[in-house]
Design a protein around this ligand. Structure first.
Ligand SMILES: C[S@@+](CC[C@H](N)C(=O)[O-])C[C@H]1O[C@@H](n2cnc3c(N)ncnc32)[C@H](O)[C@@H]1O
Length: 206
């Protein structure tokens, strides 16, 4: 089976995420993370078309790795940001299957991607890239009895229901702590009566 993310046009994706207000919330959380942790080397998994990369302060953040399975999304990221972010590296890969050959990442942001992969396998690869005292920020979605992917007029997104799963927060928390990271912050942000985002932030221990 081809990954359904490869069949979702960037316009459908962006319109859907904006319609459900999730793009805006993820954008703010990316801004918060960049300001809080001031990374020199930043990695964004599931960058889609670059939501949040406009907040990069190039005086602080010198290298940005934008990672996604969909090459069309990455072409857009490249076009939008190549002039603005000097050392922008787009990486087209399937995080579930391919090796992630980057290192010394000061801040790794994963917003709504663990829902589409095996979380532990992905986290293992990501944690291995962190710098000394590197920070990992994760956003996962929590549902109370509603469809995982909210229905909008953009029907192509419905293909994702085949591969999406709610992430077990407790299980990933145990796993991440077992890799010598400490929890810095946890917040629940209510999106609707039935949906919220959980923000969890960890730092590598000394
Ligand atoms: C729900 S979106 C993430 C939200 C996005 N960061 C934003 O702010 O709009 C999921 C992203 O992860 C990418 N993705 C899904 N599965 C992936 C995989 N196995 N490897 C790499 N990227 C993946 C998708 O192509 C998509 O761009």
């Amino acid at each position: 089976m081809t990954n359904p993310w490869l069949d979702i046009s960037h316009t459908d994706y962006e319109n859907h995420m904006t319609a459900v207000d999730q793009a805006q919330v993820l954008n703010k959380l990316t801004l918060h993370s960049l300001q809080e942790y001031q990374p020199e080397r930043f990695a964004l998994l599931g960058c889609s078309t670059g939501n949040g990369l406009e907040h990069i302060n190039t005086k602080i953040t010198k290298t940005v790795f934008a990672i996604d399975i969909n090459p069309d999304y990455l072409n857009i990221v490249h076009k939008k940001f190549k002039g603005r972010i000097g050392n922008l590296k787009t990486i087209n890969m399937d995080i579930a299957k391919d090796a992630l050959n980057i290192e010394k990442i000061d801040l790794f942001f994963i917003g709504l991607v663990l829902e589409y992969v095996e979380p532990q396998v992905t986290l293992e690869k990501i944690i291995a890239t962190l710098s000394h005292r590197g920070v990992l920020v994760i956003v996962i979605q929590k549902n109370k009895g509603t469809a995982f992917v909210t229905k909008t007029q953009y029907k192509s997104l419905e293909k994702l229901s085949k591969i999406s799963n709610e992430v077990d927060e407790r299980a990933i928390d145990d796993f991440i702590r077992s890799k010598q990271l400490e929890l810095l912050n946890r917040e629940e942000l209510e999106l609707t009566a039935n949906k919220s985002f959980i923000l969890i932030e960890y730092r590598k221990k000394y």
